[in-house]
Design a protein around this ligand. Structure first.
Ligand code: SOE
Length: 389
């Protein structure tokens, strides 16, 4: 019989739903070496967390994460709370000997991320694994893009353009959520979605961002406070609150090789709902990806005869493409949620094999340093700031 891995998930918002889906579905499709058991979900409100447990298939619910982390019947702690609590929960869980999966961005500050990375290194020496939830690395088309780059198919990387475009804040009467509060979220579009653009760039190119020059802007600085309810489903009250994070982040960066990259993260790009896009130009070819068409990868092979040149659209749904083997027949599309199953597959496999899963807390710390460097650059009139120390 397969050994079990007993999971406690702390938090139960949007990411809680996505992670629950991953824990539930991954073992139904992938042959996992350990069987995840959805043991307990934790939230502050007993009634709502109980409802989440029932809906998503957790055996129990609880309201005190400290008590849950102290339990002997928990092997993994999955952190899906707002950023301001990541460090405290993840460090306590690692110290208690639990493997930790933590949502992105790793933390709200470099200091917190450093403490988390140090706790992860100490825990790794005791066989405890930790990983950051940058799930877009696990979309088959982005993993395939990484494979093409690593195989030299686009040659030497000359230029990168990475952007994450959403428009859910364009209505100035849209209510405040925790994502607009610096104390809870750390930063705005920059950390929430710009972090994905940075991680995906580093993952696909295999190079880190070493320095940046950026600008941050808040387009709507006051919004109605939330009345009843939580998140975007709550009702707006008559009172207004101050938005303390950026709505738009624009920055340029240099990769380790010296190649230039441009980044944009915005929640005001009218008409773009969830467009995480990346285009990488190299000496032998180029690749382009857009999350709004996540089953496709565009590939330009500049080594072909001139008359045959052009971007080709590869439908990344073949069984030989990354992660695709256990899913549907060719051409039967995957969606947003599959990345969370792939994340569970990779994390559980690493725990079983005793290897370091990526992105590690060190990778998450590096992204945090880039985010921090963009903030410092913006405050210094877009001066170039190093991000790799
Ligand atoms: C909200 O902007 C959000 O849900 C992010 O927090 C996620 O990380 C991203 O995947 C989609 O957008």
């Amino acid at each position: 019989m397969t050994e079990t891995l007993r999971i406690a998930m702390i938090g139960h918002g949007f990411m809680g739903a996505a992670h629950s889906q991953g824990w539930r579905v991954a073992p139904r499709f992938f042959d996992l070496p350990l069987e995840p058991e959805m043991t307990v979900v934790v939230g502050r409100n007993a009634a709502t967390v109980e409802a989440s447990a029932r809906k998503w298939g957790w055996a129990e619910s609880a309201t005190d994460w400290r008590e849950v982390i102290a339990r002997d019947d928990i092997d993994v702690v999955d952190v899906v709370t707002p950023g301001n609590t990541h460090a405290e929960i993840a460090i306590a869980a690692l110290e208690a000997g639990k493997h930790v999966l933590c949502e992105k961005p790793l933390a709200n500050s470099v200091a917190e991320a450093e403490a988390m990375a140090a706790a992860a290194t100490a825990a790794a020496a005791r066989g405890i694994r930790s990983m950051v939830g940058f799930t877009y690395r696990r979309v088959p088309a982005t993993t395939f893009a990484r494979d093409l780059v690593a195989a030299g198919r686009i040659g030497e990387i000359r230029q990168v353009r990475a952007e994450y475009l959403q428009d859910w804040l364009m209505d100035p009467e849209g209510p405040m959520t925790w994502r607009l509060d610096k104390d809870l979220a750390g930063s705005g579009a920059l950390g929430d979605i710009g972090a994905h653009a940075i991680d995906l760039t580093e993952y696909i190119t295999g190079q880190r961002v070493t320095s940046v020059s950026g600008i941050l802007e808040t387009l709507v600085s006051e919004r109605p406070l939330l009345g009843e309810g939580i998140g975007l489903s709550g009702t707006a009250s008559a009172e207004r609150g101050t938005v303390t994070v950026d709505d738009v982040a624009l920055f340029t960066g240099r990769l380790e090789s010296g190649a230039l990259a441009s980044f944009e993260a915005t929640r005001f790009r009218t008409g773009r709902k969830n467009a995480l896009r990346i285009e990488i130009s190299g000496s032998k070819g180029a690749i382009a990806f857009d999350l709004e068409r996540l089953n496709e990868l565009e590939f330009y092979d500049a080594t072909l005869p001139e008359t045959g040149l052009g971007f080709q659209r590869i439908l990344v749904t073949e069984h030989d493409h990354p992660y695709l083997a256990p899913w549907w027949p060719t051409g039967h599309m995957l969606g947003y949620e599959h990345g969370f199953s792939h994340q569970v597959y990779d994390f559980v496999t690493a725990i079983d094999e005793g290897t370091q899963p990526r992105p590690s807390f060190d990778d998450g710390l590096h992204v945090q340093r880039v985010l921090d460097a963009v903030e410092r650059s913006s405050a210094a009139g877009s001066a170039w700031v190093r991000a790799d120390d």
